[in-house]
Ligand binder design. Structure first.
Ligand code: ADP
Ligand code: MG
Length: 259
């Protein structure tokens, strides 16, 4: 599939007088798993907010067929699901109630939840592996369990594009891989596109494309095996990496580990 999910054209963004993003140009293809990476403060979260229309660029355009900044809020909620870096669990909802919030964009006011919507909810809980927490209060579950509730809520929205800002960062490695596989099969089933900010280079290697930012500029874009070179790690993250052809890479940076 080669259709474009998001076309990003000449994006510039500043907070007040502080410029944060400079002339970002690229296209995110439909049905790809795209990882957005870069050092802390390089502009990843800001770019994600622009891509999903929460913030508007001062210059340039982001197109999802139409200009994202001109889509109304309901239209965006029907097409995009967003998991931010600071999801709040301050209200005493159960996990099930929280996941059901994802149905909102698709429900008319005062209508009751249909059987097929309830099936969607349980399916999303199964994908996130949280059926067993359905009736637990979200204020009384672990950080990683809460992250999975938020992922289920986003899946229930049945988005064309799922945006995640470090949404799987607090999961253990086996849960990260399990969620990644589940998202992959959902992508194959529905054509969904994923844009995911992550610092986990291991799971980033599993994505279709890597989009790397350095000081607000696009430093690299492409499949992980073309982006991840020794000079890339040196230039973007200032660390020494060793590439093992056909096997991947590891970060060395002169640290000696004694086991
Ligand atoms: P990242 O997600 O890559 O860590 P951010 O997009 O959060 O980076 O931030 C990019 C830059 O913008 C940082 O220098 C940060 O301090 C600044 N910044 C982020 N949010 C705001 C804000 N609301 N107001 C002013 N500056 C901000
Ligand atoms: Mg961030």
């Amino acid at each position: 599939m080669n259709e474009t999910a998001l076309e990003i054209k000449n994006i510039h963004f500043s907070y007040g007088s502080s410029p944060v993003l400079f002339d970002i140009n690229c296209a995110i293809r439909k049905n790809r798993f795209v990882s957005l990476i870069g050092p802390n403060g390089s502009g990843k979260s800001t770019l994600l907010w622009l891509l999903c229309g929460i913030r508007k660029p001062q210059n340039g355009r982001i197109l999802h067929n139409v200009d994202v900044s001109k889509m109304d809020i309901l239209e965006r909620a029907k097409r995009f699901a967003v998991i931010t870096q600071k999801e709040s669990n301050q209200f005493p909802f159960t996990c099930l109630e929280t996941v059901m919030l994802g149905l909102h964009p698709h429900r008319s006011r005062f209508s009751s939840v249909t059987a097929s919507q309830m099936e969607q909810v349980w399916n999303a809980m199964k994908i996130a592996g949280i059926q067993q927490f359905a009736n637990r209060n979200i204020m009384h579950i672990s950080g990683g369990e809460f992250q999975r509730v938020i992922i289920a809520r986003a899946i229930v929205q049945q988005p064309e594009i799922l945006f995640m800002d470090e949404a799987i960062s607090s999961l253990d490695i086996s849960e990260k891989i399990r969620i990644h596989k589940q998202l992959r099969s959902l992508m194959a089933e529905t054509g969904m596109t994923v844009v995911s900010i992550s610092h986990d280079i291991d799971t980033v290697s599993l994505s279709d494309d890597v989009m790397a930012l350095k000081k607000g500029a696009l430093a690299a874009f492409g499949p992980p095996d073309t982006v991840f070179t020794e000079s890339f790690f040196e230039n973007v993250f200032n660390v020494k990496a060793e590439i093992l052809p056909g096997k991947g890479f590891f970060i060395r940076d002169n640290i000696e580990y004694v086991i």
